[in-house]
Design a binder for this molecule. Structure first.
Ligand SMILES: [Zn+2]
Length: 361
C-alpha cells in the first residue's frame, strides 16, 4: 500500500529548574540535535516526507525565540558498529550502494537520493548523541532529524524510514541501562521497533496508533515473545480519537505503567501525524495533546529523549513540536486546552480496561 495515497483518499544555555535529585536542586538544559544535512534527503516536492517539514519547524522555533533558549547539539554520523547492532551489514551496504548509484525507489514510499545514506547515518547519530547525554547528564533532548525510523526493519527500509533511529539508540543505551521505555505516539504502528525488540524485555515498547492503517501491524495480542513476553504493549485505536481520549489513556494506562516499570530513560517516537489536519491519517488531535502528553511524562521525573518520526501537515507538525518543547521547558502551552470537555469514547474506555487487564496495570 502506498502511504501517500493511503490515508484520506550556539550554545547558549538557558538554565531551568528541574527535578530534585538527592534533595539537591540541579539545573538542566534541553538539548536539541539538528544539522542542515537533514535537509539533504530530497525526496521530491510531492513526497509527504520532505525537507520543508524541518524548515517549518525551525522557522516556528526561531520565531518564538525557542532556538536561543536551548542547548544546540551538533549531531555526528553514527558509527557502523553501533548501527550493526540493529541492522544487517547487507542492508547498510544496499543503502550505501543505492545512494552511490544515484538513488531510487526502495518501495513505492521509500525514496533514496544521492545524499540519503549520509543523511540517514546522521539522523541516527543525532539520537545516539542525545541518549548518551541523557544517560550521563540526565538532560532531556529532542532530535529534529529525518529520515524517520520506526518502520525500518533490521534488513529492510520501508514507510519513508531507512535506519531505525530509535531502535539503534535504544540498543546502544541498553549497555548502560537495564530499563528503557520506548513510547511511540506516531499515528502509525512502529512495526520495525516492535520487531527488533519483540524478544527482549529491555526496552519496553508501548505504541498508541490508528487501526486500520499502514503498516497494519500492532494488534493488542502482540505482547512480545520469550523473554520479551509482556514487554510489548500495543494500543490500537479507531480513527477520530481526540485529545480527551489520549489524555485518558495516558492517565489510566501509560503513566501508571511507567510508574510500575520505573524506566531510567524514556525514548519517544515523536510522530505528529495523529494531528487532526494530517493528510495521511484520521485521528483528531490538536497540538495541545502533545503538550499534555509531554507534561504527564515529565511527572515521572525520568530523562526524556524524543526523535521526530511522521507529521505531514507542516503547520500542524511545527506547532505540535513547539508545544512538546514548551512542555519540556516548563513553559505554558501556545494554545489553551479546549475546555469543551469532549466525551471519552466508549472504545477508549474498553481498550484501556483490556490493556490494563493483560499487563496487570
Ligand atoms: Zn506516522
Amino acid at each position: 500500500m502506498d502511504r501517500r495515497n493511503g490515508g484520506k483518499n550556539q550554545r547558549k544555555t538557558q538554565k531551568r529548574p528541574q527535578n530534585k535529585l538527592n534533595n539537591k536542586a540541579i539545573q538542566l538544559t534541553l538539548n536539541i540535535a539538528y544539522h542542515k544535512d537533514f535537509l539533504n534527503h530530497k525526496t521530491g516536492k510531492h513526497h509527504p516526507e520532505n525537507p520543508e517539514r524541518l524548515k517549518t519547524i525551525l522557522k516556528t522555533l526561531q520565531k518564538n525565540n525557542i532556538w536561543s533558549e536551548v542547548n544546540k547539539i551538533n549531531p555526528p554520523k553514527i558509527d557502523l558498529k553501533t548501527l550493526e547492532n540493529v541492522h544487517t551489514k547487507n542492508h547498510i551496504k544496499n543503502i550505501q550502494k543505492t545512494t552511490k548509484n544515484g538513488g531510487g525507489q526502495l518501495d513505492p514510499d521509500t525514496t533514496i537520493t544521492p545524499d540519503s545514506y549520509q543523511t540517514a547515518l546522521r539522523a541516527c547519530g543525532a539520537l545516539k548523541k542525545l541518549v548518551e547525554n541523557a544517560v550521563t547528564q540526565k538532560n532531556d533532548g529532542i532530535a529534529l532529524n529525518r529520515p524517520p525510523g520506526h518502520h525500518a526493519l533490521p534488513n529492510k527500509s520501508m514507510g519513508f524510514c531507512i535506519f531505525n533511529n530509535i531502535a539503534v539508540a535504544a540498543k546502544h543505551a541498553t549497555k548502560k541501562l537495564d530499563k528503557i521505555l520506548i513510547f511511540d505516539w506516531d499515528v502509525h504502528h512502529g512495526n520495525g521497533t516492535q520487531k527488533i525488540f519483540y524478544q527482549n524485555k529491555n526496552p519496553l515498547y508501548i505504541s498508541i496508533h490508528q487501526t486500520p492503517l499502514f503498516p497494519n501491524t500492532g494488534k493488542t495480542k502482540e505482547t512480545g515473545q520469550g523473554k520479551g513476553k509482556g514487554y510489548n504493549i500495543n494500543i490500537p485505536l479507531p480513527k477520530g480519537m481526540t485529545d480527551t481520549d489520549y489524555n485518558y489513556i495516558m492517565e489510566k494506562t501509560i503513566i501508571p505503567k511507567i510508574k510500575q516499570y520505573k524506566p531510567k530513560l524514556i525514548l519517544i517516537s515523536a510522530g505528529y501525524d495523529a494531528h487532526k489536519n494530517d493528510p495521511l491519517a484520521n485521528m483528531n488531535l490538536t497540538s495541545n495533546a502533545y503538550y499534555q502528553m509531554t507534561k504527564k511524562l515529565k511527572t515521572t521525573q525520568t530523562p526524556i529523549v524524543l526523535t521526530l518520526e511522521g507529521g505531514y501537515q507542516k503547520t500542524a507538525l511545527a506547532n505540535s513540536t513547539h508545544q512538546t518543547i514548551n512542555a519540556l521547558l516548563d513553559k505554558k502551552p501556545i494554545k489553551k486546552p479546549n475546555k469543551n470537555n469532549q466525551k471519552i469514547s466508549k472504545t477508549t474506555k474498553e481498550k484501556t480496561k483490556q490493556i490494563n487487564k493483560i499487563y496487570k496495570i
